[in-house]
Ligand binder design. Structure first.
Ligand code: PLP
Length: 389
């Protein structure tokens, strides 16, 4: 690959140099944060400094942060550990949430991919009084479409029915402001690798007074809420990335991505007027574009673009190799053909106008050489007319 363009930042975004520096420094040292000697105390300081930074990112206090192995574990701990008797989750949640426990009931979304609050209310109203509370899970921003959910409104409804609320803020953090108390949720999940920290580290952040059971028992780490020696270097990188993500400069950089994203979408629709952009009528993350071009499968687009040195995602990028149509797009009314022909382009802190130009040139070439043939095939003309194109 002579020149490569990375446009899959929602899957994972490059490490910030500050995170690499923080991790490298820690990797060169010894010390278990639970040890009482000086080496241990130094490691403990690294963990607790990072905890402060992660807490600051979501306007919480350090004691509310439980470090985990990432967003998947944080979601699992919330769903299994908050003592819920029944779980309602928006139909567009990440697989790590929908599959965390058996029997999760889904709350529908509308055609723009926004949770149907009336449906949430009636699901809660219909519930028989139970000893254990219902837990409502609503993500702050969707990983495939970027659509931002009305979490505070969902919380208001949930509270009227005595339900708890968990929010998966994995994609939102570092892209929009995340305020635990402002949202009013009981818990939220974060993942460092979505905003410039390392993979394999994240956090479950609890509202004051919320108690969660550990997924793994053993040592007393994380105030007995997650046993096991902390990933000190990973946590150091997480803290450095969180501090950067909370800085005004980072906010401005992320905001500037909307110009690139809008130019990309404008050109996509000019090249292929039949393309459908998901979530474009509602509040969306500024870096994310998910669009379908019926007649050109998403998996084919991803492979062809990859050959041209351009990385984008089809369907849910987190479960690589997946070819089933996205549950997120079908939940918001996309046909199976539309869902199967969607790709996600997600920009990040390293993205440039040249990256967007490179994508557009390759995508235009792909559409021009492929779409008429695909249409012919789906219309049953492949033996007659395809060669004419
Ligand atoms: N939640 C959302 C919305 C995500 O996009 C992802 C990963 O893509 C996860 C959870 C899982 O996070 P992790 O990769 O840290 O396990």
């Amino acid at each position: 690959m002579s020149h490569s363009i990375y446009l899959d930042h929602n899957a994972t975004t490059p490490l910030r140099p500050e995170a690499i520096a923080a991790m490298t420094e820690v990797l060169g040292r010894v010390g278990n944060p639970s040890s009482v000697h000086a080496f241990g105390r130094a490691a403990r300081k690294v963990v607790e400094d990072a905890r402060e930074r992660v807490a600051d990112l979501v306007a919480a206090e350090a004691g509310q942060v439980i470090f985990t192995s990432g967003g998947t574990e944080a979601n699992a701990q919330a769903l299994r550990g908050l003592g819920a008797g029944r779980i309602l989750a928006s139909a567009i949640e990440h697989a790590s949430l929908l599959a965390a426990v058996p029997g999760v009931e889904t709350i529908p979304v509308d055609r723009d991919g926004v949770i149907d609050l009336a449906a949430l209310e009636s699901l809660l109203r219909g519930a028989a009084a139970a000893q254990r509370p219902t837990l409502v899970a609503v993500m702050l921003a969707n990983n495939e479409t970027g659509v931002v959910q009305p979490v505070a409104e969902a919380v208001a409804i949930a509270r009227r029915h005595g339900a708890l609320v968990h929010c998966d803020a994995v994609q939102a953090a570092g892209k929009i402001a995340v305020d635990l108390a402002g949202l009013g949720v009981d818990s939220l999940s974060l993942s460092a690798h979505k905003f410039g920290g390392p993979q394999g580290v994240g956090a479950l952040v609890l509202a004051p007074g919320v108690v969660v059971q550990p997924l793994v028992s053993g040592g007393g780490q994380e105030r007995r809420r997650r046993a096991g020696t902390e990933n000190v270097a990973g946590i150091a990188g997480f803290g450095a990335a969180a501090a950067l993500a909370a800085s005004p400069m980072h906010g401005e950089r992320m905001a500037s991505l909307s110009g690139l994203r809008d130019r990309l979408e404008g050109e996509v629709l000019r090249i292929a007027p039949t393309a459908r952009v998901f979530g474009s009528r509602v509040a969306r993350l500024l870096n994310t574009s998910c669009f379908a071009l019926p007649g050109l499968e998403g998996a084919v687009q991803v492979m062809a673009l990859d050959l041209a040195g351009i990385a984008v995602a089809a369907g849910a990028a987190c479960s690589s190799g997946r070819t089933a149509p996205s549950h997120v797009l079908t939940a918001q009314g996309a046909t199976a053909t539309e869902a199967a022909s969607a790709i996600r382009v997600s920009l990040g802190w390293t993205s440039t106008g040249a990256d967007v130009d490179g994508f557009l040139a390759a995508w235009r070439a792909l559409v021009e050489r492929t779409v008429p043939i695909s249409y012919a095939k789906s219309a049953g003309f492949e033996n007659k007319g395809a060669t004419r194109w």
